[in-house]
Design a binder for this molecule. Sequence first.
Ligand code: C5P
Length: 402
Amino acid sequence: MVKYKELEGKNIVLGVTGGIAAFKAADIISRLKKQGASVKAVMTKNALNFIHPLTLETLSGNPVYHDTFEHRANAWEIDHISLAKWADVMLIAPATANIISKVRCGIADDLLSTVIMATIKDVLFAPAMNTNMLYNPIVQENISYLSQKGYGFISSKSGMLACGDFGDGKLADVDDIVGHLARHFENREGMNGINVMVTAGPTREYLDPVRFISNPSSGKMGYAIAKECADRGAKVDLITGPTNIEPPENVNIYKVNTAKEMYERALELYPNCDIVFKSAAVGDYGVERVEENKIKKSDETLELVLVRNPDILKELGRQKRKQILVGFAAETENIEQNALKKLKDKNLDFIFVNDIKRAGAGFEGDTNAGILFTKEGDKMEFAIQEKSGLAGSIVDVVLKQI
Ligand code: C5P
């Protein structure tokens, strides 16, 4: 048996739903117990038709929950809240199309769906169902929606299904499920003790108190990186220009407007940083003279003199001691050459470059694509994908260097 230290002492709520693979819940519990985890099982009404709760109760050494209104000895505890808090992670295995689709809609009409709604911990689904059900566009859309919202999925495998069909939809092997959970915790805790600084969003270069020059950066890529690092246990300082999106939880937010403000804050926080992700779209030029009062229109043309803003990243590169610097470049031409030049000029360890003319890789969308270069000359290409998924891949590559 492979021993995963990450599972030792973890509390796992196992949701069991009504598919033929429900009997495998017994094996999952027994393996998790052997890894040193504690398991509490919650069964749906349909799951009770496939496996007796006594089996899961005996293997887990804990009561099995299935009724929201069951009267327990410790009646002052509300099961769905105490389970939601007790869990370090929730694993739904097997997960039917029904539970996946209910969660997507926010339905909480039995104990399991209510615990899933009530928890702020990660929830991983291991789907098991007939191939046609799995590939039903509604189910696929629900899986994709939940993935975007941060729910995890342990892919089913191909094989002979209970209905006699051959195809995808078989519950992942129990070994794979246990390994996936271990990797989940490894990722979640892999950045404990690491200080990360992320810059995100646009800057504003003011002409007068109400007008400014800016760009359409949404901040989504930087926020996704900040969230990814915080979820993995890092201490994250997020310096953000003005955005319209919710900042991630568990990060220190520093709001700035101008490139100069971002420069000052970045330099102040820099000495304590281990890794910097410089994803902000910083204005290269600011207005030489910012008018104190609103500029009045006249019949004359208005001439503005723009002066260079400090290159924050270049300065960080100059002052670099122990830090790992990750730059971002949005390019429209000579993508690779420009990125490599910046990597060298700014003394970076990595640069992620995207071609903003390419559909799905722009400033404002939810997706991105691009190339990550290392200072050693390695090159990794990333296809169009959700910014959240891409953030995970970029962080994975950077962590290998520590
Ligand atoms: O030179 P360019 O602006 O294309 O470089 C992009 C990278 O440099 C990004 O990581 C961006 O956050 C950073 N940058 C900066 N200060 C500037 C301009 C860009 O830190 N004034």
